[in-house]
Write a protein that binds this ligand. Structure first.
Ligand code: SF4
Length: 107
């Protein structure tokens, strides 16, 4: 079964609330060890889920988004080809973290 994105997930207002909002965006389009260094910015970002969902739903091929490198995102997409709406899946997962037993598992 494929789950498709809908208009609920088209809101891009989260981009103004990211922990990186004042940083040079080029910092997130680096390679190797530099990627892992910049990922630390994402750790406490209040819109990490939205950022990662946007990158996954739009199949963004480059850069660190939502705390994941492009390689990590490709691996996740390969593992879950059935998912068409990562925003919904990640929101459900986040709820499960906040309220155990409510959300879905991501393997
Ligand atoms: S998760 Fe990382 S890349 Fe995305 S908005 Fe937050 S700090 Fe920026």
């Amino acid at each position: 079964m494929t789950i498709q994105a809908d208009a609920r997930h088209q809101d891009q207002s989260w981009t103004t609330r990211g922990a990186c909002v004042t940083m040079d965006p080029d910092c997130f389009f680096v390679q190797g060890a530099e990627q892992h260094a910049v990922k630390t910015t994402c750790l406490g970002c209040p819109v990490k889920t939205e950022c990662l969902a946007d990158a996954l739903d739009n199949r963004i091929d480059f850069g660190v988004w939502g705390g994941m490198t492009e390689r990590e995102r490709r691996r996740l997409l390969r593992r879950h080809p059935e998912v068409g709406d990562w925003a919904a899946v990640l929101e459900n997962y986040r709820r499960g973290q906040e309220e155990p037993g409510r959300g879905a598992e991501i393997a």
